[in-house]
Ligand binder design. Structure first.
Ligand SMILES: [Zn+2]
Length: 391
């Protein structure tokens, strides 16, 4: 490729942030963030045409790309590609790239990606971020940071995840690189990107992200979030959830499947009549869960309690449930007993709330029963619910 691009006929390398629809030949450089291969049926002759599509990022922006007739070998995530000339179109206000038969695609090196200078990136606030955002800096407080081992293919790796916040709210983050983030410290983060994860934005940090410690003047202390007063469920729903939701309400129901369930040993999906939706006939592994309908008077949400939480709330371990089931083979009875133990109790639940097809759902980190004070309105509500609810 020529060094100088003074001649307008020569392709020009453009940063993804500066990409605009043009007829002029353009070269792009970026790292493959996601890529998936499929086949498209041609309308003309019904023939199949392979296409690879995904996201390309150079740290200044993330752009969707479509690669027509890609090479047969796998394109791994993280591969840096230089491609040109590419076709640029706009779709819903965002540029998109196509690699056509004229496009030459070669592997490039990580070092060729633009160097990020945190000071040059625009400052953003947590509440303004949404999926696909990139090329910004963020000043936040670390509310929580923890390392979790995960299996990627054959490999065991550590993923670092947690919560950051500024005065506009909390945001979940995930990182494959250890930035040694510790709870309570204030940091400036540059060069991360935002993806939509289970209905909520999530900040992703990679090896090219910058993290600098800052004094954090003006950032709220971590305690302001962690011991926040409960929020009205109606408000939480209007805000489409939160990464750090605190709610308090009464248990008004238990949704199926709750109680003893059987899970696929490979994917953990629940097994019905010995069949996994993905793996067919499997030997289900017993598990306990509770899908609790919680109502605070302003609205209701579903709390997904895991095994440990369900054991604590129901006062019976999985082993005890299985033993009982051997004596009295009636799984419905176990669910009824769980319902009786929970119904009308007041719970304070902290966790991640998001809106999905079933409404507002909360994945709890903590569920704590709240003992109503003498003369409080909770006992009256419980009586009312008992009259209106199940006999
Ligand atoms: Zn399965």
């Amino acid at each position: 490729m020529a060094e100088s691009s003074i001649d307008p006929a020569l392709p020009k390398e453009v940063r993804l942030r500066d990409l605009r629809p043009t007829e002029a030949p353009v070269i792009v450089l970026g790292r493959v963030v996601t890529a998936s291969r499929r086949e498209i049926t041609r309308r003309s002759d019904g023939g199949r045409r392979p296409v690879l599509s995904g996201l390309l990022s150079d740290g200044t922006a993330t752009v969707r790309f479509t690669w027509w007739d890609p090479p047969p070998q796998e394109i791994d995530r993280g591969t840096v590609l230089r491609a040109g000339p590419v076709q640029i179109r706009e779709w819903q206000g965002r540029p998109e790239i196509s690699f056509t038969w004229r496009t030459r695609v070669v592997e490039a090196s990580e070092a060729e990606l633009p160097r990020l200078i945190p000071e040059e990136l625009p400052a953003r606030r947590v509440a303004d971020l949404s999926g696909g955002d990139e090329g910004f800096r963020l000043e936040v407080r670390i509310l929580r940071a923890e390392a979790k081992p995960v299996t990627v293919g054959e490999e065991r790796r550590l993923v670092h995840e947690g919560l950051v916040a500024d005065d506009t709210g909390p945001l979940a983050f995930t990182a494959w690189t250890d930035f040694h983030l510790t709870e309570g410290e204030a940091v400036r983060i540059a060069g991360g990107y935002v993806r939509a994860f289970r209905g909520r934005p999530q900040l992703v940090l990679d090896e090219r992200s910058h993290v600098d410690r800052i004094p954090g003047v003006g950032l709220p202390p971590a305690a302001a979030f962690v011991s926040a007063p409960p929020r009205a469920i109606a408000l939480l729903e209007a805000e489409r959830g939160s990464d750090l939701a605190v709610v308090e309400g009464l248990v008004v129901g238990l949704l199926p499947p709750s109680g003893l369930v059987y899970r696929c040993p490979s994917c953990r999906r629940s097994v019905t009549q010995g069949l996994c939706r993905l793996h067919g006939a499997v030997e289900g592994v017993p598990d306990l869960r509770a899908r609790i309908a919680l109502d605070d008077g302003t609205g209701a949400l579903t709390v997904h309690a895991d095994r440990a939480q369900t054991e604590r709330l129901g006062g019976r371990t999985l082993e005890e449930c299985l033993r009982r089931l051997r004596d009295t083979p009636d799984p419905g009875r176990l669910e009824e007993e769980l319902f009786e133990a929970l119904f009308g109790t007041r719970l304070r639940v902290t966790g991640r709330a998001s809106v999905d097809d079933f409404g507002l759902t909360l994945f709890p980190r903590e569920i704590a029963p709240v003992t109503p004070g003498v003369g409080g309105r909770a006992p009256a509500l419980r009586d009312r619910l008992a009259r209106e609810g199940r006999p």
